[in-house]
Design a protein around this ligand. Structure first.
Ligand code: FAD
Length: 323
């Protein structure tokens, strides 16, 4: 028995969500008193592969081959399933990313495994029962599912588990699997980014705004500040419900969970459902005209003031600082 984590990379670099998934998989290996093996597919620098050991991987399998340079759903699933079988891994952890959502059901079939996608917490293992808390109904609710099969696949929701450093560099071994033509029936030919904006789940800085901004016509200031700081933009639920901003920016219990180094909340009251999605942010700055707004209770820095007066001054100050 062992745990296998698929360490996803983007353009040859591991993402924060990968370190979260490795840390999470390490905790599961700890629960079961077993080893954690990582597998990477594509071209990642040797030192970056070895560095997965910092997050708990005891060995890193490296699959570098031109056919698998870019993500191919079926082929990647075959490689991961083969690695799981070859290493006696009965629990496979992946990120619940775009590719992870394609891999999870395929791995479920290949390994005859129970699948918990969108996991948000460590599994509970009591009296032989293995249960996982996961999101349901597009993140509008949570479900606790029991995985009853011997093999299990868990896809971890990004930003729902903290990165934990627990070890040092791990040995890296090449792993090869003979690619089958049938695995390449559907391939990604090109990746076209729809936007150059920083992706919200991975953002180090998030500029977020709420109903206090009065209307979508006032988001220019939010965008300006975000662009200056290299930040992603986010919003509260009522803002996306009203169509002022896209739902992809909605942060909170029923939206995206973020864990940036800096979260700037402008004109957001700080309702418990909003805080649920941002509480693991390292530094929280709140701008609100109501000194009694609940958000100030969790703020590291607070500005009591009208956003329409504070923001232009803040933007000018950042511009001056950067000049
Ligand atoms: P408001 O509550 O209207 O607050 C606006 C704030 O702006 C106030 O604090 C006000 O003082 C301030 N303000 C007004 N004018 C200015 C100004 N000129 N300058 C500075 N500040 C100003 N909400 C989420 O965000 N995410 C979720 O995932 C989420 N999930 C939910 C799930 C459930 C089941 C339920 C019941 C609710 C959920 N909500 C969620 C809604 C949540 O309870 C709050 O209603 C919501 O977060 C409030 O949004 P807001 O702070 O933008 O608006």
């Amino acid at each position: 028995m062992s745990v296998l984590i698929y360490a996803e990379n983007a353009g040859g670099k591991f993402k924060k969500s990968t370190f979260e998934a490795v840390s999470y998989a390490k905790a599961i290996a700890g629960q079961n008193n077993t080893t954690l093996i990582a597998i990477s597919i594509g071209y990642v620098a040797k030192e970056d592969l070895a560095a997965l050991g910092k997050y708990g991987a005891e060995k890193v399998l490296n699959v570098s081959n031109d056919k698998l340079k870019n993500f191919v759903n079926q082929a990647y699933a075959s490689v991961i399933a083969e690695a799981a079988k070859a290493n006696g891994a009965d629990i496979v952890v992946i990120s619940n990313s775009f590719s992870g959502r394609g891999l999870a059901p395929r791995l479920g079939v290949k390994l005859q495994a129970g699948v918990a996608d969108g996991a948000v917490a460590l599994p509970e293992q009591n009296g032989g029962k293995f249960t996982v808390k996961k999101t349901a109904f597009s993140g509008k609710a949570f479900a606790v599912v029991e995985l009853t099969s011997a093999n299990k696949v868990i896809a971890l929701t990004p930003n729902s588990y903290k990165v934990v450093e627990s070890g040092s560099a791990a040995p890296v071994e090449d792993f090869s699997v003979e690619a089958k033509a049938s695995d390449f029936k559907e391939m990604i030919k090109d990746i076209v980014r729809s936007t150059d904006k920083v992706s919200l789940p991975d953002a180090e800085i998030v500029v977020s705004a709420g109903r206090g901004m009065k209307g979508p016509e006032n988001w220019g200031m939010i965008e300006d500040l975000a662009n200056l700081l290299g930040a992603a933009t986010a919003c509260s639920k009522p803002v996306s419900d009203a169509g002022w901003r896209p739902h992809s920016e909605h942060v909170g219990q029923t939206g995206i969970a973020v864990s940036p180094n800096l979260y700037i909340a402008i004109g957001i009251s700080g309702a418990i459902q909003h805080l649920a999605g941002i509480s693991s942010s390292k530094v929280i700055v709140v701008i609100n005209k109501d000194a009694e707004a609940p958000f100030f209770k969790v703020a590291d820095y607070g500005i009591v003031g009208d956003a329409f007066e504070v923001l232009p001054k803040l933007i000018a100050a950042v511009k001056e600082y950067k000049a």
